[in-house]
Design a protein around this ligand. Structure first.
Ligand SMILES: *Cc1c(COP(=O)(O)O)cnc(C)c1O
Length: 372
C-alpha cells in the first residue's frame, strides 16, 4: 500500500502474542513459529523478535524474500522458507543467507545441488512430501530418486522431513491417520538409509489434538495469533488461554437519527423498523473490511455491540447505536477486539464475514499497524 488513506488503526499487542507462543512451548517440545505472510498480518519482524526474546531459536516464513528480511532484522537462528525457492535469485539468497528451504520437486533439488557445488557451500534443506494435501511435495515413490541425488552430492544436507495436515482441525478426521501412515512410511525409508531427519507434521490444531503427531518439531501458526482452532467445538478447551493480539478500531465520523421507514446505504438493503440513532464509522472494504459484513457484522462501541446496518461502503459503514448512550464523533468503534468484556473475538468476526480467522488477520493486518 503506497498511501495510508485508512482511518482505522490496527494495534498489535506483542505481549499477548508472546503468551500464545509460551502456551505452545508448554504443550510441545520444539515449536517453530510460523510467521509467513507478514506473521498472518501482525508484522514479520516485530513478532519474530518478540518470540526470539521468549526463546524461539527458529522460524518458518513463507517466501525466501521474507526469510531475507528476517535475516537482516537481524536474526541469526534457523529460518525455514515454506514455499522454497521459486525465482532464480532465491537460490542465491538461500546459500548466501543460510536459509533452509522446503524442497518439493527435482528441479529445485538439482538447481540447489548445482549452485552449492559451484560455490562449495553446504545447503541444509527440508524434504517436503505430499501426504494428502495435494499441493506441494514429493510423492513417497520419489524417495529412491531423491536419495540418489543426495548420495551423489556432498553439498545437499537434508535435515527436516516435512509434510502438512489437511484436516487437523476437523474433529475425528480419519484423513489425519491416513496422512500419518504415509508420513511415517517415508520417515522409515530415510531412517533405513541412515539419515537422521527431524520430522515435522503438526500445525496448531495438530499440536493441540494429536500429541502422537508432534515428532521432533512442530509448526504452530494460527494459535500464536490467538485463534483457537477448536473454537465452538467440543475440543474448545484444548485452545483455552489463547488470546488474540490484534485489535482494530475506526473513528466515528458522524451521528444522526434514522427515522422509522427510512433506508440506509446503497441498495436500501436495510429499512429502520423504528427510529434509530446511528453512527457513521470510517471503515470500509477499501480497508479490507469485507462487503460481506453488510447487514451481518457487529462493532463494539463503549463495550456495547452495535450491528452494521445496510451495505458496507468503500470507506464507511453505518451502525446502530440506539442502545449506547453518550456516543460522540471521534470515539472509536472496535471492529476486532476492544478494551472491555464485550470485545469482538476473531472467531466471531470470521463467522459474520463467512471466512476463517486466518483471512481476517491477513486482510485487516494490511492496514497501518501500531505496536503496544
Ligand atoms: C501455515 C502453515 C502452518 C501453520 O498452520 P496453522 O494452521 O496456522 O497452525 C504450518 N505448516 C505449513 C507448511 C504452513 O503453510
Amino acid at each position: 500500500m503506497s498511501i495510508w488513506y485508512n482511518l482505522l488503526q490496527v494495534e498489535i499487542d506483542l505481549k499477548k502474542l508472546t503468551r500464545n507462543y509460551l502456551f505452545f512451548k508448554k504443550r510441545a517440545l520444539n515449536p517453530i513459529p510460523v510467521i509467513k505472510a507478514d506473521a498472518y498480518g501482525h508484522g514479520l519482524v516485530p513478532v519474530a523478535l518478540s518470540f526470539a526474546r521468549a526463546g524461539a531459536k527458529a522460524f518458518a516464513v513463507g517466501s525466501v524474500e521474507e526469510a531475507v528480511v528476517l535475516r537482516l532484522a537481524p536474526f541469526e537462528g534457523e529460518i525455514i522458507s515454506l514455499l522454497g525457492p521459486v525465482f532464480p535469485r532465491d537460490y542465491e539468497l538461500i546459500l548466501e543467507e543460510q536459509i533452509i528451504p522446503f524442497v518439493y520437486n527435482f528441479e529445485q533439488l538439482l538447481r540447489l545441488q548445482e549452485l552449492a557445488a559451484r560455490e562449495k557451500k553446504q545447503v541444509a534443506l527440508a524434504l517436503k512430501y505430499d501426504t494428502g494435501m495435494a499441493r506441494l511435495g514429493f510423492k513417497p515413490e520419489d524417495s529412491e530418486k531423491i536419495l540418489e541425488i543426495i548420495r551423489a552430492s556432498q553439498w545437499l544436507k537434508p535435515i527436516y522431513l516435512a509434510s502438512h495436515l489437511a484436516s487437523a482441525d476437523v474433529l475425528e478426521s480419519s484423513f489425519v491417520r491416513e496422512q500419518k501412515n504415509i508420513f511415517e512410511g517415508v520417515a522409515e525409508f530415510w531412517q533405513k538409509q541412515g539419515f537422521y531427519l527431524q520430522k515435522t507434521l503438526a500445525n496448531s490444531a495438530g499440536i493441540l489434538a494429536y500429541p502422537e503427531l508432534h515428532y521432533e518439531v512442530q509448526r504452530p501458526g494460527i494459535g500464536l495469533y490467538g485463534s483457537n482452532p477448536f473454537y465452538g467445538t467440543r475440543l474448545e478447551s484444548l485452545g483455552e488461554g489463547l488470546e488474540s493480539g490484534m485489535s482494530v478500531k475506526a473513528p466515528i465520523l458522524h451521528l444522526h437519527t434514522l427515522k422509522k421507514g427510512q433506508s440506509v446505504s446503497y441498495g436500501q438493503t436495510f429499512v429502520a423498523p423504528r427510529d434509530l440513532t446511528v453512527a457513521v464509522v470510517g471503515v470500509g472494504y477499501a480497508d479490507n473490511y469485507s462487503r460481506r459484513l453488510s447487514n451481518r457484522g457487529w462493532v463494539c462501541i463503549k463495550d456495547k455491540r452495535c450491528p452494521v446496518l445496510g451495505r458496507v461502503c468503500m470507506q464507511m459503514i453505518v451502525v446502530d447505536i440506539s442502545n449506547v448512550p453518550g456516543v460522540e464523533p471521534g470515539e472509536w468503534a472496535y471492529l476486532l477486539g476492544g478494551p472491555g468484556r464485550n470485545k469482538i473475538l476473531p472467531e466471531e468476526l470470521a463467522k459474520w464475514w463467512q471466512t476463517i480467522t486466518y483471512e481476517v488477520f491477513c486482510l485487516l493486518g494490511q492496514n497501518p499497524r501500531t505496536y503496544v
